[in-house]
Design a protein around this ligand. Sequence first.
Ligand SMILES: [Zn+2]
Length: 207
Amino acid sequence: MKKRIKQLLLISLVIITFYMVFVEPKKIIPKSIEKEVLTALSFYPELRQVPIEFKFKKNIKKSVMLAQPTLGSIFKRKDQRGYKILISEKFKITGKEFKTIEVPSDILIGWVGHELGHIKDYQERSALNLIGFGIRYALLKEHVKKAERAADSFAVSKGMGDYIISTKRFILDNADIDENYKNRIQEYYLSPEEIMEMVKKMDSTGN
Ligand SMILES: [Zn+2]
C-alpha cells in the first residue's frame, strides 16, 4: 500500500514538473487584481489561449492602463502573439493620489475590459501595421480617437457596456479627478450616452 502511494506521489511530481517546464502560462495576473481581471476576461472567451501578462508599473504617463504586444512576439504569427497590459500603481489627481487597486471593483473591470478591447483590435493587425499604428498613435490625435473608440466598441460588443459606462462616469463625475484627464476622456473615448445607444441597438438586433 505504502509503495503505491509513493508511486502516485512520484507520478504527480513528474506531471507537475512537466507542466511547469513545458506549458507556458497563458495569463500572468497579480493577486491583488485577479478577481477583476478574470471577470473582464470572462467576456472574451476567444482570448483564453492568448498569452497576456498584467503588470503593475510605478507610473504610466497620461493613462492608467496600457495594452501592447510583447516585443518578442510582434513578428510572430498573429495567432501566436502575446500581449502585456501595464497598469499604473497610482494615477494623477489634483491634490491627492489614487491607488489603482483601491478603485471600486466594477470600475477596474471596465478599465481592464477596455484594454482587452485594444488587444482584440491588435490581433487583426500584421506586425508592420502594428508598428505604423504605434507611430500614428504617438503623433496623430485623430488616430488616438479612432483607436480608443475601437477599444470601447469591442468591449461594448462583448457585453461589457455597463462596466464601460461605470468607468467613464467614475472619471467624468469625480470632482477629484484632474480636468486635463477628463477632457482627454471626453475628447477621445465613447461618451456614456454613445455607449447606451450602442447597447440599445445591440439589444434590438438581438446581438
Ligand atoms: Zn485605451
